[in-house]
Design a protein around this ligand. Sequence first.
Ligand code: ADP
Length: 192
Amino acid sequence: MTRAFIVFFGPPGSGKGTQAKRVVEEVGLAQISTGELFRKHLDQQTPLGIKAQEYMSRGALVPDEITIDMVRERLKQPDCANGAIFDGFPRTGDQAVALDNLLKELDAELCMVIDFELPLDVARARLLGRQEGRADDKPEVIERRLSDHAKVEASVMPHYRARPGLVRTVDGNRPVEDIYQDVLALVRSCLE
Ligand code: ADP
């Protein structure tokens, strides 16, 4: 089987996490969600989790060094042998460069970036309606996460758009099942 490393990019609420979860079960890749990893560390009250909480509770980005080290460790786990879908990472230019380097160490490179497009007002309505009991689902923190997304996009996407054919766009403003069919086909094209 071919190895594949893919980034799912999009605003909070765009459904990238939901889609990543389903796709990895179907195709046997690992899912690397930095938000979920931070929440797991926090549940277990690890030093990393306690540190990350300072930032997450405000809707701010956790510093790059902490985030990148955590991804480096995650990539060493055996379920990443066939590749991984990154969801919520990278969120800064430095994280994007670090990801290139981490993959180079594995003698691999990114196959694709899937950009989930969603108008911010739709993302806002979804996040306000979601309320899964996450500490960062308060309205003012949601606003911060949404308004920071433009900055995240400006730091990360030029890095990827510079590589012709790497970025593929999906319309995130459709039923979950329709998006899934498109995303699955794109991910499968990396595994052929
Ligand atoms: P969402 O995409 O719904 O905002 P995530 O679960 O991806 O939520 O992330 C939750 C929080 O975790 C972010 O607001 C941020 O504080 C932190 N976080 C997640 N990924 C990163 C990252 N790559 N770099 C820095 N901070 C991150």
